[in-house]
Ligand binder design. Structure first.
Ligand SMILES: *[C@@H]1O[C@H](CO)[C@@H](O)[C@H](O)[C@H]1NC(C)=O
Ligand SMILES: *[C@@H]1O[C@H](CO)[C@@H](O)[C@H](O)[C@H]1NC(C)=O
Ligand SMILES: *[C@@H]1O[C@H](CO)[C@@H](O)[C@H](O)[C@H]1NC(C)=O
Length: 211
């Protein structure tokens, strides 16, 4: 009498109620799947960013002058080179850490001075000016050919130099950091007016970079 009435309420209670936990709402399921997919795609893009080379960093020599420039009869050079180098990071999402940087300057194939720049970080789209302070040739021996050539250039008023940049860099996107790479740039020809300390007529030089 009472027992036949009991099963129907059980059935009605059991069947319409979705079992929470064991089975997810299909719409929620799709949303979660899409979010996961989005994260994976994002991760793939980030990793690709770091494994493939980012856009090359851009360097220019914005200004150049020389002080106390002299070549002795013994073909030794004394000079202080003042360069303003602009480093530009064109990336929107990648910051660059310079672990070390060395700037050197040469006439033809002969290096005459170099300077180490202390480590720095460059944020996305950042432009950093680097001014040499200690790029000094102190009684540096030149080859006969280079000494003769530089003397001739000096008497004409303009010397032709090259600027080399060598740096150890790593890139960072979000939390991913690339391994360290060696970056090299060459800026040539850097024409320096030896008769004037002013930068009148200086032609800025775009450097060629290689990573
Ligand atoms: C520079 O080049 C000249 C020939 O063009 C060569 O005789 C000389 O050894 C080179 N010097 C250096 C330092 O490479
Ligand atoms: C680039 O970064 C350096 C160092 O963080 C900062 O001094 C400089 O003002 C920045 N330049 C620009 C154009 O944002
Ligand atoms: C070097 O600078 C001086 C003084 O500003 C100028 O008279 C001369 O024309 C410049 N020489 C060259 C080659 O630009």
């Amino acid at each position: 009498m009472v027992s036949p009435n009991q099963p129907p309420p059980r059935r009605t209670q059991g069947t319409p109620q979705p079992l929470p936990g064991r089975r997810m709402n299909p719409i929620l399921c799709i949303i979660v799947a899409l979010i996961l997919l989005g994260l994976l795609v994002g991760l793939a893009i980030l990793i690709t960013y770091l494994t493939l080379r980012p856009k090359r960093l851009i360097y220019t020599v914005e200004a150049a002058s020389v002080q106390d420039f002299a070549i002795g009869n013994d073909d030794h050079i004394n000079a202080k080179f003042n360069y303003v180098i602009k480093s530009y990071n064109p990336e929107k999402h990648v910051s660059v850490r310079y672990h070390s940087m060395r700037i050197s300057t040469a006439h033809h194939n002969q290096s005459v001075a170099h300077e180490e720049i202390s480590a720095f970080k460059q944020r996305p789209k950042n432009e950093t000016r680097i001014e040499t302070q200690q790029l000094v040739s102190h009684n540096r021996a030149l080859s006969k050919f280079n000494a003769k050539d530089l003397r001739a250039e000096k008497s004409k008023g303009t010397i032709e130099m090259k600027v080399y940049i060598t740096a150890r860099v790593s890139y960072k996107t979000w939390i991913f950091r690339s391994r360290r790479r060696t970056l090299k740039a060459v800026c040539t020809p850097v024409m320096i007016n030896v008769t004037a300390s002013s930068l009148n007529g200086f032609q800025r030089v775009l450097c060629k970079t290689r990573l």
